[in-house]
Design a protein around this ligand. Structure first.
Ligand SMILES: Nc1ncnc2c1ncn2[C@@H]1O[C@H](COP(=O)(O)OP(=O)(O)OP(=O)(O)O)[C@@H](O)[C@H]1O
Length: 226
């Protein structure tokens, strides 16, 4: 479902260049739930952005559900992402001036009764039907995280990327939110890649990968070239 080949990405700061992804190879099967761990600054967010089509690698290719993501022009790539990929950003990234319901409507970027009904149904699934008209600032951290989950899954995407989806929650809320996320994803047979610092949560997936020094250093059947 997700195939990455020889991904390279570096950042230049002044005259210095840091290579964050060093020839990453990744194969994730349809319906698989993979947790991505690694030290702070190891490149987890960079890898997720690159896999989701949000950051073009300097070298290498990403193939999602049979489509070479970076061979698409900007419009086709955006349409492909909308249809196929859900993304939960670190720190939620809800739009502060929009209500919970409007935030969930954003991925579709279309109006109409069907879209509103789907958004309301998604909010109901995450237990927030009675908070639909609240602004993000009027919601708790856990509730904002649930809105972000509803937004990412409202279109039932075949692939979901989640960057530290429980990063700001206490351990009880973390376990609940992760359970909810994995449960909803399983209903649509969504392939899931979750970044987490939490080793305990990382045991809930089918596979755990560790990124370090630009390479994936752990995880069965997954190797990065030396
Ligand atoms: N836009 C950028 N410009 C320059 N350097 C960047 C940029 N984005 C990330 N980096 C650097 O790339 C490295 C990897 O960053 P990334 O955010 O992918 O790490 P991470 O593993 O997700 O970290 P954390 O767990 O702390 O969120 C870091 O050293 C970071 O400083």
């Amino acid at each position: 479902m997700i195939e990455a080949t020889n991904l390279h990405r570096s950042y230049r700061i002044g005259k210095k260049s840091i290579e964050v992804l060093h020839g990453i190879e990744l194969h994730i099967a349809r319906g698989e739930r993979v947790f991505l761990c690694g030290p702070s600054g190891a490149g987890k967010t960079t890898l997720l952005y690159t896999l989701a089509g949000l950051e073009r690698p300097e070298q290498g290719a990403v193939n999602i559900d049979g489509t070479d993501l970076y061979s698409l022009g900007p419009k086709k790539q955006a349409a492909f992402r909308n249809a196929k990929i859900g993304y939960i950003f670190q720190n939620y990234l809800l739009l502060p001036e929009l209500t919970a319901l409007e935030n969930v409507l954003v991925p579709g970027a279309i109006g109409g009764r069907d879209a509103s009904e789907a958004a309301m149904a998604a909010l109901t699934r995450v237990g927030l039907a009675d908070r639909a008209e609240h602004l993000p600032a009027e919601l708790s951290g856990g509730e904002q995280q649930r809105v972000a989950i509803a937004r990412a899954l409202v279109n039932h995407p075949p692939v979901l990327f989640a960057d530290e989806p429980t990063g700001n929650l206490d351990s009880r809320n973390s376990a609940e939110v992760m359970e909810l996320l994995l449960g909803l994803a399983a209903e649509s047979d969504t392939t899931v890649v979750v970044v987490t610092h939490d080793e305990q949560l990382a045991t809930r997936g089918d596979r755990k990968l560790v990124i370090k020094d630009g390479s994936i250093t752990d995880g069965s059947a997954v190797k990065s070239p030396a």
